[in-house]
Design a binder for this molecule. Structure first.
Ligand SMILES: C[S@@+](CC[C@H](N)C(=O)[O-])C[C@H]1O[C@@H](n2cnc3c(N)ncnc32)[C@H](O)[C@@H]1O
Length: 215
């Protein structure tokens, strides 16, 4: 079903152009880290799918992608693409609308930087993916004496509202992985820009984790 009019196309174009101009390659980095482990026909849940940048890479590799997002407008854009299912849901609310062990893998890119506490996302993702499945995600990387918070002024934000973002250090991310039964397989830091002029950069870190079987 094609629910997207020209306005939605404009929104998608603007979103994807901003991603390109700010060097947002989170979906590609996570996909690259996971490529050797995935197989055509497997399922993947894209949490905070946006315009589907991450899911589309997995669809091209033959996986069946399911998208979840809080924005109906962005979900409408994804309805023009080959998703298996699309659900409007706020990832801070539990339970997520998927049964236990119902997905092979999950991915979450460009989203976790908006949240201070990642327990709910880890807990629900761990419940939904099967043992041996992958969780690929990107967080703002915190190291040294960096503040955990990044305040973006309204003039610098694409939403024209002030925004608070968060960084998470490796040790804190490892604690969440341990607590919710994930084993880190691979991790890679990379730089993105917070503005189209590429004046302010931000180091983020991609993680690929495997869901462990219950002991
Ligand atoms: C910067 S975009 C990233 C989109 C895509 N994953 C990517 O890498 O391009 C952030 C996405 O998270 C979604 N999002 C933000 N808060 C959310 C929430 N509480 N629940 C579900 N989705 C949320 C937004 O609607 C948006 O689609």
């Amino acid at each position: 079903m094609n629910c997207g009019g020209s306005k939605e196309n404009d929104l998608e174009k603007a979103y994807n152009l901003e991603a390109e101009e700010t060097g947002w390659f989170g979906p590609e980095v996570v996909f690259g880290l996971s490529y050797r482990y995935i197989k055509p026909g497997q399922s993947i849940l894209d949490i905070g799918t946006g315009t589907g940048l991450a899911a589309l890479l997995y669809i091209r590799a033959g996986l069946k992608a399911h998208g979840m997002d809080i924005s109906e407008r962005l979900l409408d854009i994804c309805r023009e693409k080959q998703f298996e299912s699309l659900v409007r849901h706020d990832l801070t609310r539990t339970p997520y609308p998927y049964p236990d062990g119902s997905m092979d893998h999950a991915v979450c890119t460009g989203v976790l930087n908006f949240f201070d506490d990642l327990s709910v996302v880890f807990s629900e993702t761990s419940r939904i993916i099967r043992p041996g499945g992958l969780f690929g995600f990107v967080v703002g990387d915190r190291y040294g004496d960096m503040s955990p918070r990044i305040e973006i002024e309204a003039s610098e934000s694409s939403s024209k509202e002030p925004v608070t973002m968060y960084r998470h250090g490796r040790e804190r991310v490892r604690e969440w992985m341990r607590e919710y039964r994930f084993k880190e397989l691979r991790t890679l830091p990379f730089t993105v820009y917070m503005d189209r002029g590429r004046q302010r950069d931000l180091v983020v870190r991609a993680y690929l984790a495997e869901k462990l079987a219950a002991s």
